[in-house]
Design a protein around this ligand. Structure first.
Ligand code: SAM
Length: 323
C-alpha cells in the first residue's frame, strides 16, 4: 500500500539515522557543551534497524533509504546493514551521508555491500579552516576517503557544503569539485535555535546570492534540471554557458520544499518523525511484536498528521535526528 499524508503527499523516502554519535564537533551542528547521546542500551541493533527498513519497504512501498547520523560510518559493521537492506526486493536505492573521515577504510566494503551512492559533507578545503569548523578534523582523511570511494566505483560523489558568511565561498568548491570529478552541492544554512558557537548573522548566503557569486566568478549561470528525480526535487542543478562546470543548490531556507516533501525519518532508537522540525513522534520499537495490520494502522494514522509547515529552526535536530 502507499503511505500518504493528509496533503496527499506520497511518502517514499526514509532517512534512517543509525547513531546520534559523531566523530566531529562541527561548530554549527553540535554545541560546545556537547549533546546527551543516546545510551548504547537504547540504540537499536543493526538487525532491528534492518527489520524496520524492511517493514517500510514491504508494507508501504518506501523505495529510497538514506543512512545518516550522527556519523553513520562510526557505527561498527555498517556495511552489514547496507548489505541486508540492499537485498530487500523493491528498494530502488540505498544511499549514505558521511563526513568522510572513515570513508577510506569503508568505501570498498560499502560498495560491495550494495550501497548505491555516497554524499560527503565538507565545508572547507583549507586544512586550517577545516580543523576549525569541524572542531579538530584532519582534511587529509576526507580527501583520502573521497579518492578511495571513487576508486571503489561510486559515481557521482556529491560534496555537501554549508556556506557560512565570511568562512567559505562557493567558487572555491565549484572549481575544486569539478576539477576532481565530484558534484559540488550547496545546502543553505538553517539557523539553529540553541547553538552559539558560530558567529553568524542569522543566515548564510541563499540560492540567488550563491548563483550571483558563481556567475561573477565563472560566467553566465544557467539552470540545467531538477537533480533529484522523483525524490522531492529539492536540489537544483546549474551549469555555465562557457564551461563544463556544474553545481547544485538545496534552497532549504529561501524556498522550503515542505509542500512536496516525501520523506520520513527514523532515529537510532526507532523513533519515527514525519519532519526534522516536528516534535510529533511514534515509538516504533514498541510495535516490534505487533502484526503487520496493526503496524500499518499505527503508522498510517501517524503519517496522516504530517503537516506542510515551513521551517523555523532546527535546534540540535540535525545531529540527533539525522541530517
Ligand atoms: N555526519 C554525517 C555528515 O557529516 O554528513 C551526517 C549527519 S550531518 C548532521 C548531515 C548534514 O547536516 C551535514 O552536511 C551538515 O553540514 C548538515 N547540517 C548540520 N547543521 C546544519 C545547519 N544548521 N544548516 C544546514 N545544514 C546543517
Amino acid at each position: 500500500m502507499e503511505l500518504k499524508d493528509k496533503l496527499g503527499r506520497k511518502i517514499s523516502y526514509l532517512r534512517l539515522s543509525v547513531t546520534d554519535r559523531c566523530n566531529q564537533r562541527c561548530i554549527y551542528c553540535i554545541p560546545e557543551e556537547g549533546i546527551d547521546f543516546t545510551s548504547y542500551r537504547n540504540v537499536l541493533r543493526l538487525e532491528e534497524l534492518a527489520g524496520l527498513a524492511a517493514r517500510f519497504i514491504e508494507l508501504f512501498g518506501i523505495d529510497k533509504i538514506r543512512l545518516t547520523g550522527g556519523e553513520p560510518l562510526g557505527r561498527k559493521n555498517i556495511e552489514f546493514l547496507v548489505e541486508i537492506i540492499s537485498c530487500i526486493p523493491n528498494l530502488g536505492e540505498i544511499t549514505l551521508t558521511t563526513n568522510g573521515v572513515l570513508l577510506a577504510g569503508k568505501a570498498q566494503a560499502l560498495y560491495k555491500a550494495g550501497l548505491s551512492r555516497v554524499n560527503v559533507s565538507l565545508d572547507s578545503i583549507d586544512p586550517d579552516k577545516y580543523r576549525y569548523i569541524t572542531g579538530g578534523g584532519n582534511l587529509q582523511d576526507v580527501l583520502r576517503g573521497l579518492r578511495t570511494a571513487r576508486e571503489a566505483g561510486f559515481d557521482p560523489i556529491k560534496i555537501n557544503t554549508v556556506l557560512l558568511p565570511g568562512f567559505n565561498e562557493a567558487c572555491e568548491f565549484v572549481e575544486w569539485a569539478n576539477r576532481e570529478g565530484y558534484m559540488s552541492r550547496f545546502i543553505e544554512f538553517m539557523p539553529p535555535s540553541t547553538l552559539t558557537r558560530v558567529d553568524i548573522d542569522g543566515r548564510g548566503p541563499v540560492e540567488a546570492e550563491i548563483v550571483k557569486e558563481l556567475d561573477n566568478a565563472f560566467g553566465k549561470v544557467r539552470e540545467i534540471k531538477a537533480a533529484n528525480g522523483t525524490h522531492g526535487k529539492i536540489a537544483r542543478r546549474y551549469g555555465f554557458e562557457n564551461n563544463d562546470y556544474q553545481f547544485e543548490i538545496i534552497p532549504g531556507t529561501s524556498e522550503p520544499y515542505c509542500g512536496t516533501c516525501n520523506r520520513i525519518r527514523i532515529d537510532c532508537q526507532g523513533t519515527l518523525r514525519s519532519c526534522l522540525y516536528s516534535s510529533d513522534e511514534l515509538q516504533l520499537n514498541a510495535l516490534s511484536g505487533v502484526t503487520d495490520d496493526e503496524f500499518i494502522e499505527k503508522v498510517t494514522d501517524f503519517i496522516a498528521r504530517k503537516t506542510g509547515r515551513t521551517l523555523e529552526h532546527i535546534g540540535s535536530g540535525m545531529s540527533k535526528v539525522g541530517g
